[in-house]
Design a protein around this ligand. Sequence first.
Ligand code: OAD
Length: 272
Amino acid sequence: NTPKKPDIQSIVDRIKNGKATRIVVLTGAGISTGAGIPDFRSPTTGLYDKLAPLGLPYPEAIFHINYFSHTPEPFYAIARARHPGNLKPTVTHAFLALLAKKNLLHFLFTQNIDGLEQDAGVPADKVLWTHGNWKSQHCYKCKAHYPDDLMRKAIGAGEVPYCLQDECGGAVKPDVVFFGQSLPIEFEKRQKEVLEADLMLVMGTSLKVAPCSRLPCLVREGVPRILINNEKAGDLGNRGEDVCMFGTCDDGVRRLADALGWREELETLWAD
Ligand code: OAD
């Protein structure tokens, strides 16, 4: 007897009968495209396909600390379009808040810097912003803090803000993790949350960037992993217990909410 391949219904049953109570989630740019921030790698719509006019050696250089240290202008040329400003969380963010409200969210790893998880109501102690967040900024060189109002002005004008300390002259950088920089020290420690998971949900990420891309591999054998994404990502789908839901994250979480009988609660939470 070969065991039945899990489907959405079997995942829903697992949650409903209390077999999945420690859900670990990994998210990426695809959960925020619905809020109006383009992702990085989707062909034509993603940021990396639009950077040719900036003359970068390769698209990811725009977020590389070595490149930024001598040429910060390209980053500030696109900063306004990616700045969270007054964006509204998507229904996917609200679904994460609902998981937390139901005490089912064991931990959330987000690669996003927009802070929309917290805006949606996910408690901060349940989230690790693996790539930092865009809520503060420092001089990349001397690490001096730079005021929020001046930063907003610079971003609005598309100009590079420079350090206010005498004779420093370093460019100011938001406190987000650039390529070539370390992840928050908590990342190492928090990987244990994945080992404790009894369900993993991966949403809106191409899983092209390490070390986050490796988190789904840490899930114990036999524990289901769900992918909600426009396309295949990483090794999701390769294990017998994986479930892939292709399409948008917002559609995917609504389907799950329908099957769980949570739809009304989800929409109400999102509207609030
Ligand atoms: P990517 O742009 O690499 O991947 C986004 C994924 O989400 C792709 O697989 C898309 O097909 C999918 N997608 C887009 N919109 C979607 C939607 N509405 N519903 C479902 N799927 C959707 O973004 P990340 O994986 O987050 O790091 O990228 C990881 C890191 O690379 C980023 O944190 C950033 C970037 O360079 C740094 O800059 C350090």
